[in-house]
Ligand binder design. Sequence first.
Ligand code: SF4
Ligand code: SF4
Length: 305
Amino acid sequence: MVLMETNIFNIQKYSIHDGPGIRTLVFFKGCPLRCEWCSNPESQSFEKQIIYKKQMCSDCKKCLESCPEGVISASNNSIQLDYAKCKLCFRCIETCPSGALSICGQNMKVDEIVSLAAKDKPFYRKTGGGVTISGGEPFANIDFLIELLKGLKVERIHTAIETTGYTSWDNICRSLEFTDLLLYDLKHTDSHKHEVYTGVKNEIILENLKMLDTTGCEYWVRVPIIPTFNDDMRTLSSIFDFISCLNNIKKAELLPYHRLGVGKYAQLGMEYKFDRINTNSTAFLVEMKDYLIHKYPDIKISIHE
Ligand code: SF4
Ligand code: SF4
């Protein structure tokens, strides 16, 4: 079983933001949601993707000849890609001398990830850290996820899963034996609005969270604060009314909207629907946090850094 592979789009070491202590973050490629504000658009497709970084391109046009599918064309001192026609043969990448073309995603085995993560065990031990499996949606690749968690547990590494909650309860149940912490996203309580902005309804997410609360597994709820979607007091109160009915929540984090991933959309040939949406000011976020702390004194609420 440990020979099975999955598509990983990033492994980030020495992170201090996604779970306790110093952590290695493992990002699975593929997600059933399509959040319009997503800062990791490369996480959405389950397939590998081709990335074109215009600023690195020397305009040599070598890639044009190498592509058998006619994906690449030249115009106005730069090249254009018709991403929909790409068959992912990656010949163009081999011919590109400047690194402007690259692949997003690589097949990795459980053992490879575990041994990479295990190298940092001294840091985990010293800081109470470990490995956080993120995405994408890790539960969308449940068999690999379970094998990876088992492998990490053999190494006695603390494990966390960052999830949208959009999966079957059976999948979550299967993971709990090998999971120390769940970082659980809660975006909106209104199912219609949730569907308009993320592509899926939210009933299963809310139900799974209620079930998770009864298991004794440690979990934190994370609420992304997204302008025009949920950054008003009424909507946030509705979310925190729901959270306040949970008995075993350890803490709630507010995740400020940011635009750090905007440039990746163009590189992947994707549309960024939130292009005209600005970030919230720090003062606004602090005001919101203070309001929620005052209204829900029993919940430990902080702003995610
Ligand atoms: S990956 Fe293959 S099909 Fe896609 S653009 Fe490059 S050469 Fe063409
Ligand atoms: S081969 Fe690379 S550097 Fe040359 S035009 Fe194509 S993307 Fe640009």
